[in-house]
Design a protein around this ligand. Sequence first.
Ligand SMILES: Nc1ncnc2c1ncn2[C@@H]1O[C@H](COP(=O)(O)OP(=O)(O)OP(=O)(O)O)[C@@H](O)[C@H]1O
Ligand SMILES: O=P(O)(O)O[C@@H]1O[C@H]([C@H](O)CO)[C@@H](O)[C@H](O)[C@@H]1O
Length: 158
Amino acid sequence: MTADKILTPAQLPATLAAWRAAGERIVFTNGCFDLLHLGHVDYLEKARALGDRLVVGLNTDASVSVLKPGRPLQDETSRGRILAALAFVDAVVLFGEPTPLQLIEQVQPDILVKGDDYSIDGIVGHEIVLNRGGQVLTVPLVAGYSTSSIVAKARAGA
Ligand SMILES: Nc1ncnc2c1ncn2[C@@H]1O[C@H](COP(=O)(O)OP(=O)(O)OP(=O)(O)O)[C@@H](O)[C@H]1O
Ligand SMILES: O=P(O)(O)O[C@@H]1O[C@H]([C@H](O)CO)[C@@H](O)[C@H](O)[C@@H]1O
């Protein structure tokens, strides 16, 4: 099942080791992904295409609620399962901290990616990846798509 892609931090090392043994480059990104939209799908697919495997760090409900008061709308189980169902997502790992720094330290990705709503220097973990000779990249946003705007539109129409 695609749910098998959802890994605990304890399960992660064996999976990463197997991918690396096969010479595969690991891409990492992270986010809240509260309501999955076209922008997310476009950027995640492009992120995966930058390497061979895509690991998505997913904020827990507790983490999202700190970053985005009143959110998430969808719980971490739902958000995780939806991400795991995407063919170009190879692993989903929840993290409860305010940032994915600890998870990025554990994953040591070859490529770290965010949408270009972030500057390279503003991407948490960029130093870790650059210092090990990896790449930190951004993917252009698909204009007009955000979870917040979907929520606002839904509320306006309510
Ligand atoms: N329109 C978009 N096109 C491409 N990537 C996007 C778009 N919107 C967000 N992203 C990327 O998706 C990831 C997750 O972002 P997030 O879950 O905050 O989405 P969001 O739609 O911006 O949500 P919110 O409106 O609640 O901030 C981030 O890396 C972000 O750069
Ligand atoms: O979905 P978002 O708001 O794009 O995800 C956040 O990204 C932050 C980013 O990585 C900072 O460079 C991260 O710190 C935060 O935990 C969310 O994942």
